[in-house]
Design a binder for this molecule. Structure first.
Ligand SMILES: Nc1nc2c(ncn2[C@@H]2O[C@H](COP(=O)(O)OP(=O)(O)OP(=O)(O)O)[C@@H](O)[C@H]2O)c(=O)[nH]1
Ligand SMILES: [Mg+2]
Length: 391
């Protein structure tokens, strides 16, 4: 599957930069392109300058709202981020139009944090613009949710997250949710942590995107998971996870894959990798909330067998009981057995509902402070209506 990736704001730009790196790795290691173009959009000149892998010309690092902000960002006010994206969105469309092999792009992926100003405000606006201009291709979002401490110290973050999530839900075909808090490693410094988080967020996409672009016959799976399967799976709120297990090198001489003990242990490792992928989902959720799911098994050709595929399907089905499951195999990994899982069309995610409730509470408090009306407590359906849309 080939994506065209657009990073909005600082977080989105850095993650898009990580996708650009992923594409370089897929080129060097596997001789294929999985990203047709990578663009960063920001109101902040310094943020754009800090990127490493995205082309450095003005068409790939697009500064928006320069006249309003003089290249210094929108200071967390996501309404301004949305407005500037509306004013300057054509710059993004122009770069997309001049992308070589645009026709080979299967989907767009826009990336941003929900808690900031520029990315949070511009992602739904650009998503809608792309849907209008390129109605033949799906438009996906990848949205990063803030660390817990940010919600305690920066009240405005909650409002940004609530309005961004609602607007993205209305505009995008599917939204990958990534919770920064899930990736916190206490020992690392902040900067180091963010770089590691970005690597871990993007890593699960590697095999997923490569599998359908493979042209070397010996690496083509017996059941290829291609762009069509991924597009059929992605809908609404989605999460992604990755797990792996080392494969034992000490195969019994002459018996190899026909030995029943080794076969059993490889299958066991497959299930172990699946469990890890589900434990490491980009946002904690109950697999039972998913209505669609897919998994990709990547392992050396000789270490995959039908028992394993069946066992993995059973294992995922037992946890995602309500989901239609798609799957594929990819005989590529070396020395490890890797599983990528996507759960999609999640219903009733508590984390998302919590954000909507907190946004309403925030608005109610802010209104009260301004002497406005008291909203009181209402059902979530009704409450969602009161959250302003950025579109
Ligand atoms: N995972 C990850 N999160 C980040 C990164 N940079 C910032 N964040 C998170 O993103 C949120 C802040 O949003 P930014 O992307 O910095 O804001 P912005 O879109 O540039 O908007 P303004 O600076 O307000 O104009 C916070 O929740 C941060 O924790 C990053 O590189 N990786
Ligand atoms: Mg910024």
């Amino acid at each position: 599957m080939k994506l065209l990736v657009i990073g909005c704001g600082q977080c989105g730009g850095r993650l898009a930069d990580e996708f650009a790196l992923l594409n370089r790795v897929s080129g060097v290691r596997r001789g294929m392109e999985v990203i047709s173009n990578t663009i960063a959009v920001n109101t902040d000149m310094t943020d754009l300058s800090g990127l490493k892998n995205i082309k450095s010309d003005y068409k790939h690092r697009i500064l928006i709202g320069n006249r309003r902000t003089a290249g210094h960002g929108v200071g967390k006010i996501n309404e301004i981020g949305a407005e500037l994206a509306r004013e300057d969105g054509d710059k993004v469309i122009e770069t997309i139009r001049s992308t070589p092999h645009l026709a080979e792009t299967d989907a767009f992926l826009l990336v941003a944090s929900a808690a900031g100003g520029t990315g949070s405000g511009s992602i739904p606006v650009l998503t809608r613009l792309l849907k209008e201009r390129h109605s033949d291709k799906p438009v996906y979002n990848l949205i990063v949710l803030p660390f817990n401490y940010e919600l305690m110290t920066e009240e405005r973050s909650i409002y940004n997250v609530g309005t961004c999530l609602k607007s993205a839900y209305l505009a995008a075909d599917a939204i990958f949710l990534v919770d920064n808090q899930r990736y916190v490693r206490k020992s690392s410094s902040m900067q180091e942590n963010l770089a590691k988080i970005n690597y871990q967020v993007v890593k699960p996409f590697f095999n997923l995107l490569c599998a359908g672009e493979e042209t070397t016959a010996k690496y083509v799976g017996s059941r290829v998971l291609d762009a069509g399967d991924i597009i059929q799976t992605l809908s609404g709120w989605s999460v992604i996870g990755f797990g792996q297990a080392p494969i034992s090198k000490m195969k019994m001489p002459f018996k190899g894959r026909f030995n029943f003990r080794e076969r059993g242990s490889d299958t066991q490792k497959g299930v172990q990798a699946m469990e890890e992928a589900l434990n490491e989902l980009s946002l904690r959720c109950n697999p039972n909330e998913a209505r669609r799911a897919l998994y990709l098994l990547s392992a050396p050709h000789e270490d995959m067998n039908m028992d394993m595929v069946k066992e993995l399907s059973d294992s995922l089905k037992s946890m995602a009981t309500e989901a239609v499951i798609r799957s594929g195999d990819y005989p590529r990994a070396k020395g490890t057995l890797e599983i990528t899982v996507v759960l999609s069309e999640l219903v009733g995610s508590r984390k998302i509902m919590d954000y909507f409730t907190k946004t309403i509470n925030y608005m109610s408090t802010a209104n009260r402070r301004r002497g406005g009306i008291e909203y009181g407590s209402r059902g979530i359906e009704e409450a969602f209506r009161d959250i302003p849309s950025l579109l």
